[in-house]
Design a protein around this ligand. Structure first.
Ligand code: GLU
Length: 520
């Protein structure tokens, strides 16, 4: 049996992490098994469906590296892949007719008032709420014919068999059972003739040859209805795989601040698609051993349903940053530079930061000031266009410490501006020390004696020599003010490396400026 899986979203809003994970598991499983991955758009609820949301879903999935072999955007042997189009093409009519003819479904002509009366009655009498038959489940053909002849609106419901055990085997949770008496008769075709999600999904899964249904556990309560429907048709059940929910790091429902953010927002924050996919795959799936960073085909090769965990998965934002940092460090300088330039070229990625408001207690995607990110990244972009080699070297020096692409804005900014913003606290602490003006003068003199470039070792030798000559036991009093003079900050890449990269001319400008401040 060759594996065929489907991701079947109902695009109404943005693509979030939970749905991304389902789509990712479909993709990884299909690729691991040499199977087929289908995208099917479930838009039977036309009031809620949004075309823009579908476009965003497809963009976000493609960005995350999830490929489909069949779908509305790529076509395939089971086209169309949008349920509204399948309805228009008459795909469902034959199947509902079959259920009506075999007495496994029935037309129900209840008016909205009758339905709400039924509900009220059930509430007052503490009965189970739902549609368990009313008068129409067992109505005789004449009754139905005259209601139809009178033009009464109706829905078509499944006649759930009573007094039976409904059993299914879930690949993650094992055997699950229901009593069919607890199931109400679900609507299969709505009053306007549109199929419901339940009906369209089951018919399509069958017609599209779906072998494994991988979805979130919020669909477990619908599973018995799906099984009754499959049995009514006499079809074979697919393998059911209900993935546990994703919770925040505190074990509570995923809130916006813990990761219920849309996938494209993760792109805007500067996460790499491979890193996000790797991270999301591990929420609820254990590859075995202690492997975590699994680039390239490693995820696909390791993926299997047996590694899926029955307990809820935690979304740990710090781990996502850690994962992303790993991927950043796996890149060659050229790859990293082009990823950064591509990232900066998406307008939404920069706009994201100008409207970014960090909520209290929210984990921060970057170490710098969000409101400065856009300008700092633009600086990097401009520098790349005028001096590619210098910019790539600057990026490479910051590669070790960055967690996200957006981090490079703040981390690299000092390379590209001589009129640096200075961290006031750092200036106060280091520039006020007595030895500092002399140190800066010596540095200025040294820089003036150099040619157009200076090696890393020579920068180290000069600073060490200076400390020694002046009887300083530690390098700190030399290194810290120098770093603040050159970068405006107290943290950053290795000092000797950044001195060499800045070169004598830029250092000269900065030491002169720093000396003026220190002499005040
Ligand atoms: N259309 C459903 C959704 O929005 C799909 C559920 C399923 O996979 O069966 O998630």
């Amino acid at each position: 049996m060759s594996v065929r899986v489907r991701f079947a979203p109902s695009p109404t809003g943005r693509l979030h992490v939970g749905a991304l994970r389902t789509a990712l598991y479909d993709f990884l499983f299909a690729r691991n098994q040499g199977g087929v991955n289908v995208l099917r758009i479930e838009d039977t609820d036309q009031g809620r469906y949004s075309h823009e949301a579908e476009v965003e879903f497809i963009e976000a999935l493609a960005w995350a590296g999830i490929e489909f072999d069949e779908g509305p955007h790529v076509g395939g042997p089971h086209a169309p892949y949008r349920q509204s189009e399948r309805k228009a093409a008459g795909v469902y009519s034959k199947w509902i007719a079959q259920l009506l003819d075999s007495g496994k479904a029935y037309k129900a002509f209840d008016t909205p008032e009758e339905l709400s009366e039924m509900r009220e009655y059930q509430q007052i009498n503490k009965q189970q709420i739902g549609y368990f038959g009313g008068i129409w489940r067992e109505a005789i053909p004449d009754q139905v014919a005259s209601a139809e002849a009178a033009g009464k609106p109706f829905v078509i419901r499944l006649k759930v068999p009573r007094g039976q055990r409904i059993v299914f085997e879930d690949a993650i949770r094992g055997r699950i059972e229901w009593n069919s008496d607890e199931l109400d008769d679900p609507v299969l075709i709505k009053g306007d003739g549109m199929p419901t999600y339940h009906f369209a999904a089951i018919v399509d899964d069958h017609l599209m040859g779906i072998t494994h249904v991988i979805r979130g556990e919020e669909w477990i309560s619908s599973a018995p209805k799906h099984i009754c429907l499959i049995e009514a048709f006499g079809w074979e059940q697919p393998i059911w795989v209900h993935c546990p929910v994703i919770v925040g790091n505190d074990g509570k429902k995923l809130s916006k601040r813990h990761g219920a953010t849309s996938v494209l927002d993760y792109r805007a924050m500067g996460f790499l698609p491979e890193a996000l996919a790797n991270f999301v795959a591990l929420i609820g799936w254990a590859p075995g051993g202690d492997r975590e960073v699994m680039p390239g085909r490693e995820l696909i090769e390791a993926f299997g349903l047996d590694g899926l965990q029955p307990s809820s998965g935690r979304f740990d934002f710090e781990k996502l940053k850690w994962m992303n940092g790993n991927y950043i460090r796996l890149m060659s300088p050229e790859e990293l530079a082009s990823a950064l330039i591509a990232y900066i070229s998406v307008p939404w990625n920069l706009e994201f930061w100008s409207s970014y408001v960090r909520e209290e207690g929210e984990p921060s995607p970057i170490s710098g000031d969000p409101l400065l990110v856009a300008a700092q990244l633009e600086l990097l972009d401009k520098s790349y266009r005028t001096d590619k080699t210098y910019t790539i070297d600057a990026i490479t020096l910051c590669q070790e410490r960055a967690a996200t692409l957006s981090d490079f804005g703040e981390a690299c900014a000092f390379f590209f501006q001589d009129e640096l913003p200075m961290d006031a606290k750092a200036v106060e602490k280091w520039f006020s020390q007595e030895h500092v003006p002399l140190l800066f003068s010596a540095l200025l003199e040294w820089v003036g004696s150099l040619g157009s470039s200076v090696k890393v070792e020579d920068c180290e030798a000069f600073l060490r020599g200076y400390a020694e000559k002046n009887g300083m036991e530690k390098l700190g009093p030399v290194v810290h003010p120098t770093r603040v003079a050159l970068t405006g900050k107290t943290t950053g890449p290795g000092l000797f490396e950044l001195m060499s990269l800045l070169g004598p001319e830029r250092m000269g400008v900065r030491f002169r400026r720093a000396l003026k401040v220190a002499e005040r």
